[in-house]
Design a protein around this ligand. Structure first.
Ligand code: FES
Length: 139
């Protein structure tokens, strides 16, 4: 192989390698959308958790927030914890009464409706029931 052929072959190889690298790099750094949890069914003891308005916790991929006093299902909300944009765990902002994603700033209502993008899909919400001091999340 002469020098010109060698350099030509190397150039083609590098071009192919760079194309593959760019394709991989364009996907890097993001988790992508996360499917919402299915078949959720767990209970929490309200004597020991979610006692104050604004308290929240994440369990089994669901974020549960106490919105009001009293142990009534309407005192709580439960939605998927992973942002529908790229899967970052959202947080509840008590002052604004909304969920906010810390990565790109998407905002969701208490029930999971998209208010501000870049997320375009609503959060999945879950069924809440309360019996005595036991809160159960299903869905
Ligand atoms: S991951 Fe991008 S807004 Fe949530």
């Amino acid at each position: 192989m002469d020098r010109r052929s060698f350099l030509s072959d190397i150039g083609i190889t590098l071009a192919v390698a760079c194309t593959g690298c760019l394709a991989a790099c364009s996907k890097g750094g993001t988790n992508g959308p996360t499917p919402p949890p299915q078949g959720v069914n767990f209970s929490l003891d309200l004597n020991t958790t979610l006692q104050n308005i604004g308290d929240s916790l994440v369990k089994s991929g669901v974020i549960i927030v106490r919105l009001a006093a009293g142990n009534d299902p309407s005192s709580f909300t439960a939605v998927q914890a992973a942002c529908t944009h790229e899967g970052t765990i959202i947080g509840y902002n008590t002052g604004q009464g909304i969920f906010i994603c810390p990565l790109h700033g998407s905002e969701f209502s208490k029930s999971g409706t998209v208010l501000v993008g870049p997320a375009s899909a609503n959060l999945r919400s879950y069924t809440i029931s309360v019996v005595g001091e036991t809160l159960t999340i299903t869905g």
